[in-house]
Design a binder for this molecule. Structure first.
Ligand SMILES: [Zn+2]
Length: 513
């Protein structure tokens, strides 16, 4: 009954929506195919979303992998599972007569763990279709939607499908398959040989991906890797991203007395590690936000030419972002967000010393700890920046110890600190926009959509597959396709259907252009 109501509401909205996603340009054959095949697209996505995909759930992960192998086979890919030390990779290959280049298309089929109780639907793996506004708008659309409901003639582009991995990252997988269908149905074929690699451990940091390269290097060889993952620009325009920052993290501990001591009996005399840590952190960054560690920005050339123009052309949404975050003004070191993400960061992500609030005591604490993350760019390798930070701390008079200080160290050094550096940094990667393969992707998107894509020189964040990209030795770009407000990794993850349908056009442009 409720399903029927949803269907009727959707049909009622049909007339209103007809113009909204179409624009002025004549409808391309692929766009027309997508419009005519919405039910099949939604049905295939729902079927895939119904298979739980948390990386640790081995048996369901294998069900996903087998299902995906079937999806690729049906499109004429030679498809198989590549076994690894962990979850299998799903691999497909399609040779195209006359093609002179090969694309390696990457997406991942695992998803973040779920806390089902936090979701506003009975089960994150039973997709729900809702009108704009999301959960909490009464019962309408809250009815679980099954594969059988992919039977509407068409869908309102503003409706959203709620399920784990709807946006991150199963929709792009269905879009890859559908793009092959769309090209074929409109009398075309991919313009490149295609290799598809679907990762089953991305949300668990892809531990098995890099080790698998040695075994499968021949299958993975290509001219360009295209990563279909992540949210597109908030404008909804097709987006091409040339890289991602890396990350290395550490805890910085400044030591005080062996145990907390009375602040009345010893205040003004025993050094306070919380105060000293604050001073040390303040020495690392000026008030404008520029890192003061010597050599921190070394080796990064000024951004000029095409790359400068590219940054300047990114639509500026900073006013909205600041308002959303409740911030009056950004730091002054890098005025614009697009400039700020081109450089490494030194970010205090947490601070702990003794107790605050009801638990606060009148003591000089025994230690103070800052948790710090450093985002890396292509020119700044993790080991170099860590070495420079160590040198900076030593230059402030600290002895750096490798473990909690013993008696001898405590007697000898008036200032003791420790850097606990994580052992698994991820380096940055970035492909030049002038790279011939990357140029082909930009040009294909421009031809298909009648305007250049939003081009981002780098993502501010990190993708765990960067080591995989580096080891393969050919360039990579990211082509994100889903709505930016998709709640990925959280409860109520969702996919705007208009973005899903456009994703098929985007993939068709990339592989057919
Ligand atoms: Zn993802």
């Amino acid at each position: 009954m409720m399903r029927l109501a949803i269907a009727m509401l959707a049909v009622a909205l049909l007339g209103v929506r007809a113009e909204s996603d179409q624009g002025q340009a004549p409808v391309s054959p692929v766009k027309a195919w997508v419009a005519a095949n919405q039910p099949a697209l939604v049905r295939e996505l729902i079927e895939l979303l119904q298979i739980p995909n948390v990386a640790a759930d081995r048996s369901n992960i294998r069900r996903n992998a087998e299902h995906l192998r079937g999806m690729l086979s049906r499109r004429g890919f030679t498809a198989e599972l590549l076994e690894t030390a962990g979850n299998p990779l799903v691999y497909g290959e399609m040779k195209v007569p006359g093609a002179t280049r090969t694309l390696l298309l990457y997406a991942h089929y695992d998803g973040q763990p779920v806390d089902a109780k936090a979701w506003q639907q009975p089960d994150p793996f039973t997709p729900v279709l809702r009108p704009p506004g999301g959960p909490g708008r009464g019962q309408t659309g809250a009815e679980p939607l099954t594969a059988a409901d992919g039977s509407l003639e068409s869908y309102d582009p503003d409706w959203r499908l709620y399920a784990r991995s709807a946006a991150d990252d199963k929709a792009p997988i269905v879009a890859i398959c559908a793009a092959v269908d769309a090209l074929r149905a409109t009398g075309r074929s991919p313009s490149a040989n295609l290799r598809v690699i679907l990762d089953g451990e991305e949300e668990a940091s892809s531990p098995s991906l890099v080790p698998a390269i040695g075994r499968y290097r021949d299958k993975l060889a290509a001219d360009l890797m295209v990563i279909f993952d992540g949210p597109m620009h908030s404008s909804g325009r097709p987006t091409l991203v040339y890289g991602a920052r890396g990350i290395v993290t550490f805890n910085l501990i400044v030591y005080g007395p062996r145990a907390g001591v009375h602040s009345g009996n010893y205040g003004n005399w025993v050094p306070n590690p919380a105060q000293r840590l604050a001073t040390l952190l303040a020495s690392m960054k000026d008030d404008d936000g520029r890192v003061q560690v010597r050599g921190f920005y070394d080796g990064i050339p000024p951004i000029a030419g095409e790359e400068r123009a590219m940054l300047d052309a990114v639509p500026d949404d900073s006013a909205t972002v600041l308002k959303t975050f409740g911030i009056a003004a950004p730091e002054r070191a890098f005025e614009r967000l697009q400039d700020a993400v081109q450089y490494p960061t030194l970010n205090v992500r947490g601070l702990v010393s003794a107790h605050v609030g009801a638990g606060a005591r009148t003591i000089i604490p025994d230690r103070a700890t800052a948790a710090i993350d450093v985002r890396l760019v292509k020119e700044t390798r993790s080991a170099d920046l860590i070495a420079r930070i160590r040198a900076h701390i030593r230059a402030q008079g600290y002895e750096l110890v490798d473990s909690d200080p013993d008696d001898e160290a405590r007697q000898r050094h008036p200032r003791l600190a420790r850097m606990q550096v994580s052992e698994t940094p991820t380096e940055a990667f970035r492909t030049a926009p002038s790279d011939p393969q990357a140029r082909l992707v930009a040009a294909a998107l421009e031809r298909a959509f009648g305007a250049p894509p939003v081009r981002l020189r780098t993502l501010g964040g990190t993708v765990p597959i960067a080591p995989f990209i580096a080891a393969l030795g050919f360039p990579a770009v990211l082509v994100p396709t889903v709505n930016f407000d998709n709640n990925q990794h959280e409860e109520n993850e969702n996919l705007r259907l208009g973005h899903f349908f456009q994703a098929v056009e985007i993939v068709a442009a990339v592989i057919g252009g």
